[in-house]
Design a protein around this ligand. Structure first.
Ligand code: FES
Length: 86
């Protein structure tokens, strides 16, 4: 089985949650499932990351990503997870 070597930490603080992460977390789960990445990518929730003004936010492999929308999420995942060439 492939090792889990990438991590997404999504902010589940109330500001980010209500501004989109409630939906985005579901989209990420679906994306990982559809692309058979559940064994490679760890998805975790976190408390407020103290960047509410730039929310919704998440960290992909420790890099903070801000102002995520449903439109930008999938491109962002492909880019940050380096999966565009698959
Ligand atoms: S609620 Fe997400 S940064 Fe504060």
């Amino acid at each position: 089985m492939a090792e889990k070597n990438q991590t997404i930490v999504i902010c589940m603080g109330s500001s980010c949650f209500s501004r989109g992460n409630k939906k985005l977390v579901q989209m990420i789960q679906d994306y990982l499932k559809e692309n058979h990445l559940e064994d490679e990518v760890i998805l975790k929730g976190a408390h407020c990351m103290a960047r509410c003004d730039k929310g919704p936010v998440m960290k992909v492999n420790d890099e903070l990503v801000c102002n995520i929308t449903e439109e930008t999420l999938l491109d962002l995942l492909e880019q940050k997870l380096g999966l565009g060439s698959r």
